[in-house]
Structure formats: structure tokens, C-alpha cells
Design a protein around this ligand. Structure first.
Ligand code: HBI
Length: 107
């Protein structure tokens, strides 16, 4: 534990508003998820490495599922048992790092 104050847990309204600016991300229980389809396995691994560095610098860590060239990212905040600003901030950074931009990312 770091002694940090747990982040604010977003309400359903706050989640809806935050998701409106993150096309491609969907709500899955207490998490948001997005699937990225890359050209091949090596590209998928490269994206995962970029996400890994982002996660470390944010001190916020997604669940990552790699299946051949499909990478599924799942974000939730353990500290508040729900979704927080940390999830949506990292989701936006992941979109930028994946080259997916704000409009789909499915290749
Ligand atoms: N990652 N997804 C996620 N959720 C957290 O609450 C979290 C994390 N990574 C690090 C982290 N919390 C730590 O800051 C605390 O557990 C100390």
C-alpha cells in the first residue's frame, strides 16, 4: 500500500459521459474493455509492450489478453472497486499509443 487516497469511483452517469469520448471502449461490469486487431502477432506484442510502459508510468495496470493478433485490454480500478478517472485516462493514452485514434482501431 502507498497510503494514497483511493480514487473517486465513477457513477453510472459519469461512466456514460466518459465513454462517450472513447469510441471502441465498452462497459463490462466494473470494467471497460477494448479489442485491438493488429496486422500480425509481432504487431500485437509490440502494442502490448507500449501499453506496458504506459501502465507503469501511470501506476495503473490493465488486464491484457493476447490471442494471435487480437489484444483485449480490460481496465478497472481495484482501489475503488469500480471505474475511476485512472481507467479513462489510461484508455485514452492506450488509444493514442495503439495508433487506433478515436475512431475504431479495428484493422
Ligand atoms: N491497477 N488496475 C489497477 N487498479 C488499481 O487500483 C491499481 C493498479 N495498479 C497499481 C495500484 N493500484 C497501486 O497504486 C495501489 O494498489 C497501491
Amino acid at each position: 500500500m502507498t497510503g494514497r487516497v483511493p480514487p473517486h469511483r465513477f457513477s453510472a452517469d459519469e461512466i456514460e459521459r466518459a465513454l462517450a469520448s472513447l469510441p471502441g471502449w465498452t462497459l463490462d461490469g466494473d470494467a471497460i474493455i477494448r479489442e485491438f486487431r493488429l496486422p500480425d502477432f509481432a504487431a500485437a506484442i509490440a502494442v502490448v509492450v507500449r501499453i506496458g510502459f504506459l501502465a507503469e508510468s501511470a501506476d495503473h495496470h490493465p488486464d491484457i489478453d493476447i490471442r494471435w493478433r487480437t489484444v483485449t485490454i480490460r481496465l478497472t480500478t481495484h482501489e475503488c472497486h469500480g471505474l475511476s478517472q485512472r481507467d479513462f485516462a489510461l484508455a485514452a493514452a492506450i488509444d493514442a499509443a495503439s495508433g487506433a485514434g478515436a475512431n475504431g482501431g479495428q484493422r
